[in-house]
Ligand binder design. Structure first.
Ligand SMILES: CC(C)(COP(=O)(O)OP(=O)(O)OC[C@H]1O[C@@H](n2cnc3c(N)ncnc32)[C@H](O)[C@@H]1O)[C@@H](O)C(=O)NCCC(=O)NCCS
Ligand SMILES: Nc1ncnc2c1ncn2[C@@H]1O[C@H](COP(=O)(O)OP(=O)(O)OP(=O)(O)O)[C@@H](O)[C@H]1O
Length: 197
């Protein structure tokens, strides 16, 4: 049996970094954002529908994130329409991963786990968290989003406090060392107390 651990957290809280730490502990990983990257790439499953819905958003055969962000800036409702195209394809990608994974623990890195009620398909959930100042600094340091885009994404996401309250485990991503120790604690707890329980 594979134990399904849903990993979530708001934008910039450290999901990808923490997910890699779970891999270091021997867990398999499925990453929703990475699935979207595959879907948007040349030959990706989202390309035909995105071309049809938003002419101009596909550049050289791939969905352009810059073009999407321009569209969203002009009309925030565009993001919901993109979600209607992308989320069913993401779900199919996840299903294919689940069917073939053989690890004792599979980590599902899903930014919108609670927003889309995905927790019902998980055996446990873990949320990564940091202070609002650290979160904002991290997102702005990447230089890929404007302050307005960051605020818009934040407004679409469930507040951090609510995610923490709903999660079985909470990991503070204040330092790499602290986060790694917490990841090791979570993996130990699952292997000792939850797997085959
Ligand atoms: C808005 C887009 C163009 C921003 O691209 P960019 O490369 O700058 O950021 P990236 O994809 O790495 O996402 C960064 C973070 O933004 C947040 N985020 C992304 N999409 C959404 C969304 N639809 N709702 C709420 N938060 C979101 C997540 O926390 C995510 O980890 C891109 O995220 C996108 O196309 N989103 C629609 C698909 C989607 O819903 N993805 C979420 C995971 S399934
Ligand atoms: N435990 C940690 N200690 C210090 N810095 C961290 C820690 N975890 C993540 N970071 C830093 O925070 C930034 C964001 O991390 P990461 O990309 O993992 O977040 P994310 O939640 O996956 O982001 P997004 O929601 O935008 O996809 C990165 O620069 C990363 O190096």
């Amino acid at each position: 049996m594979t134990f399904r651990l849903g990993l979530t957290g708001s934008i910039g809280m450290g999901k990808s970094t923490t997910a890699r730490m779970f891999v270091d502990e021997g867990c398999a990983l499925w990453d929703a954002d990475a699935a979207v990257h595959r879907l948007y790439a040349v030959g990706g499953a989202a390309v035909p529908a995105m071309t049809a819905a938003f002419p101009g958003v596909v550049v050289n055969g791939a969905v352009s994130r810059a073009a999407i962000k321009d569209l969203i800036a002009a009309d925030p409702l565009v993001l919901s329409r993109i979600e209607q195209i992308v989320h069913p394809l993401v779900a199919a990608d996840r299903k294919a991963f689940s069917a073939e994974t053989v690890s004792d623990i599979a980590v599902y890195d899903i930014p919108l786990l609670f927003e889309n009620r995905g927790e019902s398909q998980m055996d446990a959930t873990v949320c990564v968290t940091a202070t609002p100042d650290i979160q904002r600094d991290r997102v702005m340091a990447r230089g890929t989003m404007s302050e307005e885009q960051f605020q818009m994404i934040l407004a679409k996401q469930m507040p951090d406090a609510e995610k923490r309250a709903r999660s079985d485990y909470v990991i503070e991503t204040d330092t790499l060392e602290h986060a790694r120790a917490q990841v090791q604690d979570v993996v130990r707890d699952i292997r000792e107390n939850r797997l085959n329980a």
